[in-house]
Design a protein around this ligand. Sequence first.
Ligand SMILES: C[S@@+](CC[C@H](N)C(=O)[O-])C[C@H]1O[C@@H](n2cnc3c(N)ncnc32)[C@H](O)[C@@H]1O
Length: 255
Amino acid sequence: MSSATSPVNSKLRNVMTEKTHKTIEQAEQEGKYIRKVRSFVKREGRLTKGQERALTDHWQNMGLNHSDGLIDVQALFGNDNPVVLEIGFGMGKSLVEMAKAAPELNFIGIEVHKPGVGACISLAVEQEVSNLKVYEHDAIEILADCIADNSLNTVQLFFPDPWHKKKHHKRRIVQADFVESIRNKLKVGGVFHMATDWENYAECMLEDMQNSPGYENLSETNDYVPRPDSRPLTKFENRGQRLGHGVWDLQFKKS
Ligand SMILES: C[S@@+](CC[C@H](N)C(=O)[O-])C[C@H]1O[C@@H](n2cnc3c(N)ncnc32)[C@H](O)[C@@H]1O
């Protein structure tokens, strides 16, 4: 879990990539767009031999590159099965488990932590999972530059970094503009599924979703849904359970 503060860029000009059809990286290089805050601090953890081998041997088959721009799902997977996108998959254990259990779906994972990406690819290869592709990149930029509007059936965000301190809440990935961009990427009827073990974050997620037009809460009580069986226990949930934390699941449908 991240806790350190990374530098906050002071220069922010209002040039959005989707409007100019540039990538954020290109715009940044030209000094036209600098993101204010990021939801992560890049940890340069060492790769194990297995993770390194998985990245070297299988990136070509399983890896997706931000620089390649908008993806063509049909070309990528060789079918037009529904697409599940997971943001911040950590070490990828639960993502691989879900992909293995649902070969009728296509899975795309995004994670910034390289050892996690290596671990995920390694496990997918071991489990002979072929319906999964992964990015090692900031999900905000992937959403802006690589994912077509109205193309996703499900977006999953499980146990995002909670950024406990109030002064760091601006670093939380779930913000009003983020939930709006997720809505743009979902097909009508597609579902945004979030889970957190941090009650204050759950309350903020709920507020952002309720204030965002075009979403319907799938909760019968108009707040949280019971933990769906389809969501395997993730590493962070496991840890939270050991510490006696509660877990809050939110599911909203694009209407
Ligand atoms: C607390 S961990 C949870 C990992 C996993 N979902 C689980 O439940 O075990 C949050 C993960 O989100 C990743 N992350 C945070 N911001 C991200 C972003 N903007 N794009 C991609 N990954 C991100 C972090 O690197 C970290 O691995």
